[in-house]
Ligand binder design. Structure first.
Ligand SMILES: Nc1ncnc2c1ncn2[C@@H]1O[C@H](COP(=O)(O)OP(=O)(O)O)[C@@H](O)[C@H]1O
Ligand SMILES: [Mg+2]
Length: 224
């Protein structure tokens, strides 16, 4: 299998005044295309920092990130933004949907940001129905349950068919039943569309769906 995402000795130091937090202390990773990876570890061990750096939302203090053979530290900011838009979909613990837009409208906005056009209604319908939301297309977030909102957020993350999906505790705010639905959807996206998924989770059941588990502690990968 091809490597799609690689890091070498990634470090991140946050500085607030004179206080330094070493959030990542040298993380080297090699993620293959089509892998479904769980990242686990105690609160504060650096999981979100790692994911945000992988997604280009945050710059590392040191080390390298290589996506599809492109070293992100060697490209311009504009190119980095472009890579992020084209190749990466994000799912957060909080759904971050636009409250005034319908489910379909939220997807359309993601399409517009991605490609600057009006999007593809057929593709939106297909993705929403894959996530069992075909009857909720015209509902706004407040007219949806938490599980449905998370499914819309998932739909938005995959609408532009990104090669890599990064998910930060996507079931963190959901009950057991909704967690199952969301995890089944990740599994299906991974198996049916071959999307590479990196998911932070605290839930051992969630990690069971994955084909690889990375454990972190104190800014380091301690084992796989
Ligand atoms: N923006 C920030 N500024 C300063 N410190 C931060 C910031 N974000 C996270 N941290 C600190 O970095 C460490 C790792 O945080 P984080 O990556 O959010 O961990 P996790 O997601 O595993 O809970 C923690 O000690 C946290 O307090
Ligand atoms: Mg976190």
């Amino acid at each position: 299998m091809n490597t799609i995402l690689q890091t070498e000795n990634l470090t991140k130091i946050y500085k607030i005044g004179k206080v330094e937090t070493h959030a990542l202390r040298g993380v080297s990773l090699d993620i293959k295309q089509g892998e479904f990876v769980a990242v686990m570890g105690q609160s504060g061990c650096g999981k979100s920092t790692l994911l945000h750096i992988l997604g280009g939302l945050l710059s590392p203090t040191g080390g390298k990130i290589i996506i599809d053979d492109e070293d992100l530290s060697k490209v311009t900011d504009a190119r980095r933004t472009d890579i992020r838009r084209r190749k990466i979909g994000f799912v957060f613990q909080r759904f971050n949907l636009f409250p005034t837009l319908t489910a379909d409208g939220n997807l359309r906005l993601a399409e517009r940001i991605h490609s600057g056009n009006g999007g593809n209604a057929e593709r939106r319908r297909e993705v929403l129905s894959l996530l069992k939301l075909e009857n909720k297309m015209n509902n706004k977030p407040l007219e949806l349950s938490g599980g449905e909102q998370q499914r819309v957020a998932l739909a938005r993350a995959v609408i532009n068919n990104p090669a890599i999906i990064l998910a930060d505790e996507p079931t963190g705010n959901l009950d057991t039943e909704n967690s199952h639905i969301v995890l089944d959807m990740f599994k299906e996206l991974n198996e049916r569309y071959g999307q590479t998924i990196i998911m932070i989770t605290h839930n051992p059941n969630a990690a069971e769906n994955c084909n690889r588990i990375i454990n972190m502690r104190d800014g380091l990968i301690i084992d796989e």
